[in-house]
Design a protein. Sequence first.
Length: 422
Amino acid sequence: MKDIKVAVIGLGYVGLPLARLFSTKYPTVGFDLNEGRVKELMSGHDSTLEVADDLLQEAINKHGLLCSSELEDLKSCNFYVIAVPTPVDENHNPDLTPLYGASTTIGKVISKGDIVVYESTVYPGVTEDECIPVVEKVSGLKYNVDFYAGYSPERINPGDKVHTVENIMKVTSGSTPEIGKIVNEVYASVIKAGTHLAPTIKVAEAAKVIENSQRDINIAFVNELSKIFNKLGIDTSDVLEAAGTKWNFLPFKPGLVGGHCIGVDPYYLAQCAQRHGYNPEIILAGRRMNDGMGEYVASQVIKLMLKKGIQVLESNVLILGFTFKENCPDVRNTKVIDIVTALKDYNVNVTIYDPWANPVIAKREYGVEVVNTLPQTKFDGAILAVAHKEFSVLNINNLVVDNSVIFDVKGILDNSKIDGRL
């Protein structure tokens, strides 16, 4: 293949770190429809905080990374990487709209001999059965004759500054054995942790979707254990610590399962299975368990308040954290909203404090008010929902009245200072 020039379509949590990394080796264009996002990045700042400002500025000023929303800037590229979201709709059905849109964009600019690689998480078959036909139709080119494809599932851990994209082994694949080798070589040239070339695109797609489904099921198991041990009056964390002394015990903890991967990907696999005539009982049971944890937390807090004689109606409860995980501003598919909704059903006044979350995005996506500064009033109850580093040094007892309830979702607080935990 001729000299590689990379285009990354979608400059979010996945695409931007990848574009930054590719720019250290190849001429790279990052493309995003959001002009405000492009302008922000070209100014040298990433509001998702996935790429540090100094690294982003180095990529732009030293390596020539161009972030753009202009199709014209993509036409000189020959190695296209699609890194757009793959969400589910309100009925938990896969929403491939962003992939169709990105494939249409590629169809407008792709040339003979070019390669398009998909990174978005999908179920087996989506790349070749759903996306490639769109590229063919728009471009007029024939798949595996005029242009080629690959699949290399994203492996990004938002907020993690150790396991960054170059430090996580990458699965690669191609539409032909020869293209697979090229795709693998391009990724291997920038991924320090190495690559694994899968035999087919479908195998690579399947490998990605089961990674997060496996985690989802394991977390669902310990969430169920938490409910059982709560009824038995046993501390779940004590049980897990004791069981963890065996060398092959898996160290999963109970909690809320949100975000754009673990809380979504199992639905992609489940629908794929159902389309082929199989009902995935374990996968969907795990999803039901995890999707119900926010409401469960709220019900436990209400029970504890009633036991203490606290007037629930019009009581004031503080929720610490709103993002889907600690130390990152990402609120996509956050399950903290389920706690908020359930508490409001009891006519509880809820205040959400999160120093990481963007209040504008929280309001737009969920219709709730999030504050970035610690409220000065005292509350009837507090729920630690996200383990932000700021909360580890916070004296929560100073935020509540004497007769109050403190509930620890993340299991990081001293047992003597709380009333309940998962």
